[in-house]
Write a protein that binds this ligand. Sequence first.
Ligand code: AMP
Length: 437
Amino acid sequence: MSFDSLGLSAELVKAVLEKGYTKPTSIQLQSIPVILKGLDIMGRAQTGTGKTAGFTLPLLHLLNKHTPSRSQRSRSPRALILTPTRELAAQVAMSVDVYGKYLSLKSATVFGGVNINPQISKLRSGVDILVATPGRLLDHANQKTVDLSKVEILVLDEADRMLDMGFIHDVKKIINLLPKKRQNLLFSATFSKDIKRLADNLLNSPIMIEVASNNLEAEQIEQLIYPVDRKRKSELLTHLINSKKWPQVLVFTRTKHGANRLAGHLEKNGITAAAIHGNKSQGARTLALSRFKENSIRVLVATDIAARGLDIDQLPHVVNFELPNVAEDYVHRIGRTGRAGREGEAVSLVCIDELKLLKDIEILIKRELPKTIIPGYEPDPSIKAEPIMNGRNARGGKKQFSGNARNHYSTRSERSRQNASTYRGKFNSAGKSGRGK
Ligand code: AMP
C-alpha cells in the first residue's frame, strides 16, 4: 500500500515522498482514510508509530480541499491541534510545515514560557492551523487574541499526558469555545477510565484505531549502549558474541566496505558470517539470508538499504556496529528484534565520533539509553572525535561524505572535539553505574 492510494492530494504525497517515507505506517493506513471521510477517531498510538503524519496529512488535505474563497475567508484557525508540551507542539508544527509545504495553508504555534506578543502578531495575520498547548491557548482566548469559533477539526494529541499533567480543566474550557459541529481526533497511548470519559463527552461515534504496540520501538526490546573506541569495535563484537554465546545476530554497518570487512574479521576469528549489501547480487543476498535463517551462519552483517525488506522474524539480537546517520533508521533496525511480542536485545557499539548521532536517537525515542562499559574495552580518553565518513575512506582512500552530510559532519566533529571531555565524563559515569554487564 502506498501513500498514493490513500486518497491524499498530489501535493501531500509529493511532500511525504520527499521526506523519504516510502509506505504508510500501520496507524497511517488506518487513520488517513477514516479522517478523510470526516469521521471522529479515538486512536491508541504512541510516539514512534507515525501518528503525527497519520492525522496531519488528512487534516491538511481536508482544509485545502475546502478552502473558502479569499473574500469569505475568516482569519481564524480552522484546525486546532492541542498537545501537552511545548516540545510536542513544536514537533507537530514542524510536521505541519513539512507535509504542507506545497499547500498555501498557514499555521502558527502557541505555547507558554515565551513572549506572547509575536504569537499575537502571527494570529492576527491569519492562520488556518493552530498548534497549541492548553494554558497559553487559554491566555490568548481570554485576551481575545484568538477566535476559536471557526474550528472545524480538533486534534487532542497525547491526551493521556494532557490529563496526567493536569490540563483537563483547560482542555474542557477550550472545547467550550469551539463550534459544536466539528471533527474530533483523539490520540492517546493508553485508554484509561479518564480518557474514556473525556472521549465519551468529546467524540461523536468515533472509529477506534489501534496499533498493537509501538511497532517502531517495541517495548520488549532491551536496548544497550556499549561505549568503545572506534578501532576496537570488531574485537568487542567478537568478544560479545563468544562470551554471551549469541546464536544468531544481525549486525548493521554504515557502509558496504565496512560490512565486508567485519564479516571477514568475524570469519577469521571463527565466527561464521556473511555480508549483504547493495553491491552483492540478489542471488548472493538470498543465499546469505537463507543460510542465516537456517542457522548455518551465525552473523549476518548488513547495511540499512540491504536490510530493508529482510524477512527475518524473532531475532534475539541486533547489533548496531555503527549508529545510523538518520535516527529513524535506528528504530527500524532495532525493530528487527523482539518481534511478535518476543523479547529481544538491541546493542549499539558507540565510539566518541558518534555521540551526536546517539543524542539524536535519544531525542527521537524520548529517553536516555543505558550505557555499559565492558571491562577491558574502556574508551581511551586521549582519543579525539573524528568526522564520520561514508564510503571507502576508512582504509585510507579518498574521504567521502554523503550528500549534504558534509557540513553536518564537519560541524559535528568540531562540536565533538569541543565536547570531548564531556563525552569521556559521560562514558566514565556510565561505566560506574553499569560495569561488567
Ligand atoms: P511520530 O510517531 O509521529 O512521532 O513519528 C515517528 C517518526 O517516524 C518521525 O520521525 C517521523 O518522521 C517518522 N515517520 C512517520 N511516518 C513515516 C513513514 N510512513 N515512514 C517512515 N517514517 C515515518
